[in-house]
Design a binder for this molecule. Structure first.
Ligand code: DGJ
Length: 715
């Protein structure tokens, strides 16, 4: 990103080859938004916009009525009714802030602007950053209290994005529930505030992904039209406030949710908000996804030390959860891992159930040692057995939770989130440890270090299975109690940061009852995301589309992306070949009981794993395009295009086809090199141009039919 400050026009221009963003400083120091959208040629292009928008304040006062202004950081100043980004209550009871520019610094692709309240000693830093030439801009603020009295921050968001005025916008967002994450929702904005939010603290991603996209009149398609979008890097309570004011003045303000949260800014202290990244695509929703993929591959994903984890292919996993739930022991795990090795599995994971008394959901959470009754020799011999067979070893943990029936709870009943005068609500027989407390955070780090080292882990699956109720913190000072939801997530981030720093090559899975924490706050820490607890392959036809709109395919995991024959949610019975094909579309994970599986099924699995390994390089570091959506069709078609665009693979799945669905369309490919010649495994040859404009057929039939078609550039 190229960042300049134009002295004559008094504005900043943050530019990549596809996107420009600009804001300026009026004579009286007010910072006003100027432009966001398609890249403008140079600073000169912004001059007339600056001249129109950065009006001298006398002219404003002289009009008799206030002119609406697009403040770069809205704080409800006169003439600004946008959701405020910062809302402080000063020590004398006065509320609000009037920020004026002080100075700035540009360092590479980062810009910092220092601003100060006109009348109160209150300071805010506005931060901006780019990532190479990607059409993305990250924004956050730092608020400082230079006084000797505390300031209460009643609202503290990250940034506001202003959209071009006077237009009709359609909002796209993703919402759902456990098992039904990433549902695509679309609505036309009216003169109202539409609030995308979470107030359950944990599990926010399942209800509402912290993401928005806006396109004009709803006319943009996957491949055409402008899309303005944003992602909040925060895994806790958030709001993304999409508002249309009079005059079709549309803005989006996002940050931590101020429901039940306050931050007491002590004298001399500062508070940093999460980042809120905005992006722009001039070529529809597909290009939004391409940009997000490039961002994750090249900048965000954990990198590792010995292996470049961001670039590495994800191992084929076996997970004990679906076949055994809590009933794991040394005998079945040893038997399973031996079967795994025969099939070509690369990582064996013991899921929930390995701790003392954890034979069901009622005990064990909090006591992170193995159950000596079921694992008399501990877990290290299992780890070693895996290593001897050339496999990695992984383990499940749920560090944020505790069962009342645990040694931890008996020793520290005060460590849970609770209201002193109300009965604590149990969900799945568990309570939530108050991770806002630094002593609880340090305890969790200690436990994790020990578990990772003692059990010789190569992989750790972090789970989290309930939302917050009775969100009290009675031991904290009164003015700190309402900071719980913010401190909680800050400490979760610190723990994940610690694990990444201390064990850079450990593979980490982000699971929260499935996809409860699928968000860009977690992307920099985890190598794999549990896409959903729902691995029913018919539902995955929908889930995978939503997931891959934002997240890269190789991170798409779950306890068994190759699910059991009868999946626990719908009790639907599906054939193994259909499930194996689905396993290939993400991070392959087997959730089938290999100790009871027939020889025929094991043979099929072995062949499926071998086929996946042979295709994996073309699938995992790729862009995914949804060519046909299961939301509109009884089939789903996905195209995986390798990042160098020289190979692509099409997966087609059908369920519930009727005669009325025939004849099927030809599917036109996307994202190929127009003049390159691609050859299919079956010998067909076509140029990229023909594949993209004419396409080919994927004739699907009835139920549970799947097709794979892989093509490569003829060298
Ligand atoms: C919820 C997760 O999503 C599952 O994969 C599994 O780990 C269970 N929790 C274990 O309790």
């Amino acid at each position: 990103m190229r960042i300049t400050y134009c002295e004559t026009g008094h504005f900043f221009h943050l530019k990549t080859s596809e996107m420009s963003y600009a804001f300026g400083v009026a004579q009286d120091g007010r910072m006003l938004h100027l432009y966001w959208g398609r890249a403008l040629k140079d600073d000169e292009s912004l001059m007339p916009i600056a001249a129109e928008k950065l009006l001298p304040s006398e002219r404003l006062r002289g009009t008799g009525s206030l002119r609406f202004e697009d403040f770069e950081l809205p704080t409800h100043e006169p003439g600004d009714f946008t959701e405020p980004v910062v809302w402080p209550r000063h020590a004398d009871g006065s509320r609000g802030v009037r920020l004026r520019y002080q100075r700035h610094e540009i360092a590479g692709d980062e810009l910092t602007v220092w601003a100060k309240d006109n009348d109160y000693p209150f300071e805010v830093e506005l931060h901006y950053r780019g990532w190479g030439d990607l059409p993305l801009l990250g924004r956050w603020i730092v608020v400082k209290n230079p006084t000797d009295a505390p300031i209460e921050l009643q609202a503290i968001k990250s940034a506001t994005w202003h959209l071009p005025r006077g237009l009709d916008w359609r909002l796209t967002h993703m919402a759902g529930s456990w098992g039904a994450e990433y549902g695509k929702n679309q609505l036309m904005l009216t003169q109202a505030r539409t609030v995308l939010q979470n107030d359950r603290l944990t599990c926010e991603g399942a209800q509402q992904t912290p993401f928005f996209a806006l396109d004009e009149k709803g006319l943009s398609t996957q491949q055409t039209g402008e899309v303005y979008y944003g992602l909040l890097h925060w895994s806790g309570d958030f709001t993304i406030n999409v508002e249309r004011q009079y005059g079709k003045n549309v803005s989006v303000t996002g940050g931590v949710n101020h429901f039940d949260s306050r931050w007491n800014l002590k004298p001399g202290e500062s508070m940093t908000t999460p980042m809120f990244t905005g992006g722009f695509s001039a070529c529809g929703f597909d290009h939004m996804s391409e940009t997000l993929y490039d961002w994750q591959y090249d900048y965000l994903l954990p990198r590792g030390k010995k292996i470049d984890k961001a670039a590495a292919e994800r191992p084929v996993i076996y997970n004990s959860w679906y076949p055994y739930e809590f009933r794991v022991d040394e005998q079945n795990c040893t038997g399973l891992l031996e079967e795994c090795a025969k099939l070509g599995v690369e990582l064996f994971v013991i899921d929930d159930g390995w701790m003392p008394g954890r034979v069901d959901e009622k005990a064990g959470l909090g006591d992170w040692v193995h159950d000596t009754a079921r694992f008399p020799n501990g877990l290290a011999p299992i780890a070693r057995a895996c290593h001897e067979k050339g496999m990695l070893f992984g383990l499940w943990v749920e560090p944020e939770m505790v069962n009342p029936d645990s040694d931890l709870y008996r020793a520290h009943p005060d460590w849970v989130i609770r209201d002193p005068n109300r009965e604590a609500t149990l969900q799945r027989s568990q309570l939530i440890l108050n991770m806002a407390r630094d002593d609880v955070r340090d305890w969790a780090i200690e436990q994790l270090d020990r578990v990772i080292e003692e059990y010789e882990l190569d992989y750790l699956k972090w789970d989290m299975n309930r939302y917050v109720t009775e969100s009290g913190w009675p031991d904290a000072a009164l003015e700190e109690q309402q900071s719980l939801s913010i401190r909680y997530i800050q400490n979760i981030e610190k723990i994940w940061q610690h694990m990444n720093e201390k064990y850079p090559d450990l593979l980490l899975e982000n699971c929260a009852s499935g996809g409860g924490r699928s968000d860009f706050g977690m992307v920099p820490y985890a190598d794999r995301i549990n896409r959903s607890d729902n691995a029913d392959p018919v539902d995955v036809m929908v889930l995978h589309e939503g997931f891959t709109a934002l997240f890269i395919p190789k991170t798409a995991g779950g306890a068994g992306t190759i699910a059991p024959e009868v999946h626990h949610i719908h009790k639907r019975k599906t054939p193994l070949d259909f499930r194996i094909r689905w396993g290939m579309t993400g991070s392959m994970g087997i959730g089938i009981n290999l100790l009871t599986a027939s020889e025929e099924n094991k043979h099929q699995l072995k062949a499926g794993i071998a086929e996946f390994k042979q295709r994996r390089a073309d699938l995992q570091n790729s862009y995914v395009y949804t060519l046909a959506s299961a939301m509109q069709n009884p089939y789903a078609v996905f195209e995986y295009v390798r990042r160098d665009r020289r190979a692509f693979t099409v997966f087609a799945f059908s369920h519930g086809m009727r005669c009325w669905d025939l004849p099927m369309p030809r599917f036109r490919m996307r994202g190929l090199i127009a003049d390159a010649v691609y050859e299919c495994e079956d010998g067909r040859r076509m140029t990229g141009e023909v594949l993209m404009n004419y396409g080919f057929e994927c004739p699907m039939k009835g139920d549970y039919h799947s097709i794979v078609s892989a093509w490569k550039v003829v060298e």
